[in-house]
Design a protein around this ligand. Sequence first.
Ligand code: HEM
Length: 340
Amino acid sequence: MRRLMINETIIFTLCIVIVVVIAPCTEAAGKGLGNGLNVGFYSRSCPNVEKIVADIVSEANRQDPKLPGALIRLFSHDCFVKGCDASILLEATRSKEPVEKKAQGNDFIRGFELIDEIKARLEQECPQTVSCADILAFAAREAVFLAGLPRHKVPAGRRDSRTSRASDVGLPAPTTPFNDIIDFFTRKGITLDELVVLSGAHSIGVAHCSFFDYRLYNFNTSQPQDPALNSTYASDLSTKCPKQNTLPADEAKKTAVDFDPTTPLVLDNNFYVNLLQGKTLLQSDQIMVSDPRTSALVKTLASDSDAWSRRFAKAMIKMGRTNVLTRDEGEIRKNCRTFN
Ligand code: HEM
């Protein structure tokens, strides 16, 4: 009898330790990984949400086949600054500081009007239920699908931030040293392999000449052109992006080139095939071929399209879990451009 009571006391104490100490710890540890998200989060509160997003994105894609690249970039730039909290959509905040979308790292970012259109439709269907952060995630998934990959399941339940600060946008640039790029993504919970896999998104969409034309004309003091560039590809790029001073400044700024010269609208592992041939726009991508930490994976992904697409979907889901707000954190905005 006495032994039974001692056992019960031990079990009771263990339970207290689990509930009071361990559970909050694991929750905190899981928070950065977005473990509060679930597939089918809106199945009761807004059951048609994913279909509505799919229809609107697919219709918009018919008008603008380059939309998928823009939506994937928009989602990634939301997730990699603070977290996937729709802070990139805010036009102003209470603090009146300049917002994320005005920061240099967000040059040429687009897709905002489409997110407004989706939000307006969802507010009619189920008012103040679906967060702008989840709309970004669903829209990016549709973009992946429309660009040719299977439709992956998107865990949802993100909430929207009330803040957005341009000074938080420390996104890497194409000229950022590779070690710093790796550190940036590691801090976000994205491994080097996942970065290589996600960079395959650069198989669709465009980059403006200003991000890479120095590789054609002004690489360094001894070599005007980046020797890693394929020479035929480089001369083709030079016709698309002539030296800055030969074009009116406005036009030079606006000119953009497809990332993938062969299948620019298809999200595929061609990105890695191009990388191996020196046919890539960004120096930050090209470096993955020569860096010993990434070169083997680039070769593997170039030769195995199924492996890449599986890993890409997984990495997108993981990216979408970055520092999300859940439950009673943040809010569900009524309008994605303004806090409530
Ligand atoms: C080192 C990391 C990265 C750097 C330096 C980088 C840089 C850039 C730059 C400079 C552009 C061109 C923007 C323009 O001129 O309009 C771009 C476009 C793009 N990026 Fe990245 N990126 C990185 C990682 C990623 C990741 C991880 C993803 C996806 C998950 C991504 C997805 C895209 C997409 C889809 C576009 C095309 C946008 C469009 O067509 O409008 N990027 N990126």
